[in-house]
Design a protein around this ligand. Structure first.
Ligand code: SF4
Length: 281
């Protein structure tokens, strides 16, 4: 039996309006990156993306808002989108990614049909203050704990290539391991010239070793997902991520950067002899 690869699609239902100062993020209003910004993506556009994702084999569909965290208005918007998506594409497993969240807010999302919550630690607790000064790493960790308390599936990972040391990477992976996430999305920093951060200097071989390290250090995670930066980081060597421990990828576009056509990823998986997962294990 061939290994099954879990496909996830992300939908930026609110874009580029965040006041935080995460140095890797083009969605912060502070850096004036040349991206499309909007408060609420029209529901028709969201539903179209959901149907396209489902038709291309995605099982996860993630509703992302660009903000530090949930407030009443955002929570209401995410819940209304969740209800609408379930009407047109009940096969999709809904994920929310809305920043800092309390236990109470997470329980509201759960009631609205959200099955999993994505909140990344991003980097190590030691390095975090170098990349963000407007909120502490501990707030990220606490939100992940709240997700576990709410009985929602925790998706938590981070970004490599921010200028962190190998010790930082190991520290982040240890912290992630302590949270027992079901899925660990790993991103590779995709430079935007509006950001002051230096471009990601990882080589392809180093990046592949980081996928392997993630798999080894978080052995109980059901999925190691290669998310943002895949095409840019690995180029023609993307096929090698699976041999290094990845069993999930994001298909389609990312939050502010384009991915490649979904059909190309499906073709790649088929050529490698993988099946697309039709249900969560
Ligand atoms: S809190 Fe999230 S959306 Fe806001 S700048 Fe940081 S990473 Fe970007």
């Amino acid at each position: 039996m061939s290994e099954k690869i879990f496909l996830c699609s992300i939908c930026n239902i609110n874009s580029g309006t965040c006041n935080e100062d995460c140095k890797f993020c083009s969605q912060s209003v502070r850096y004036k990156a040349d991206i499309i910004r909007y408060k609420k993506k029209p529901i028709d556009a969201i539903l179209k993306e959901a149907i396209t994702a489902r038709d291309n084999g995605a099982l996860g569909f993630c509703l992302v808002t660009a903000d530090k965290g949930l407030n009443d208005k955002t929570l209401e918007f995410v819940c209304s989108v969740a209800h609408a998506v379930q009407e047109v594409a009940p096969e999709l497993r809904l994920i929310a990614c809305n920043g800092t969240a309390t236990l109470e807010q997470l329980l509201v999302l759960k009631e609205a049909g959200i099955k999993a919550y994505n909140h990344n630690l991003e980097t190590s607790k030691e390095f975090y203050a170098e990349i963000c000064t407007t909120h502490p790493w501990s707030e990220r960790y606490e939100t992940c704990e709240n997700v576990n308390k709410a009985g929602i599936v925790l998706i938590s990972g981070g970004i490599f290539g921010l200028g962190e040391t190998q010790e930082d990477r190991i520290s982040m992976l240890q912290s992630l391991h302590s949270l027992n996430p079901t899925s660990v999305p790993i991103n590779f920093y995709h430079h935007n010239e509006a950001l002051e951060l230096q471009p990601n200097s990882l080589s392809v071989d180093e990046a592949l070793q980081l996928i392997k390290l993630t798999r080894e250090m978080i052995p109980h995670a059901e999925r190691i997902m290669v998310a943002g930066g895949r095409e840019l980081m690995f180029g023609t060597r993307q096929t090698e991520i699976f041999a290094h421990g990845a069993n999930s990828i994001v298909i389609g576009n990312y939050l502010t950067t384009n991915g490649r056509e979904m059909s190309k990823d499906l073709e790649m998986l088929s050529n490698l002899g993988f099946e697309v997962a039709k249900k969560v294990q």
